[in-house]
Design a protein around this ligand. Structure first.
Ligand SMILES: [Zn+2]
Length: 99
């Protein structure tokens, strides 16, 4: 999968939220964590739509949801839902889950 195109938000009063490195799931890399989350723009891997991933959402994803730190948003909301539905359907097809 190509690395998503990340663009720093052009929003002038950009949001900056302090990173809490002790809560990050850094995997087995030894890179140091950045100091702050910023609102970022990315283009959807599936449809190319540009969406903003808010600093607040990143903090939640990395620190509360335990998201792997170098995993980034790659799909817009619509495509994420389609993807989730495809995975669910695959589990049903494989007999792991009831419809
Ligand atoms: Zn999309």
């Amino acid at each position: 999968m190509p690395y998503p195109k990340i663009i720093r938000s052009k929003n002038k009063k950009e949001t900056r939220i302090k990173v809490d490195p002790s809560k990050l799931n850094m995997g087995n890399t030894y890179s140091s964590a950045p100091d702050y989350y910023y609102d970022i723009e990315f283009s959807c891997y599936d449809c190319g739509k540009v969406e903003v991933w808010k600093a607040k959402q990143q903090k939640w994803w990395y620190e509360d949801a335990g998201g792997y730190f170098f995993a980034s948003a790659v799909r817009c909301r619509v495509c994420r839902e389609k993807q989730r539905e495809r995975k669910r359907q695959a589990r049903i097809d494989a007999g792991h889950e009831k419809p």
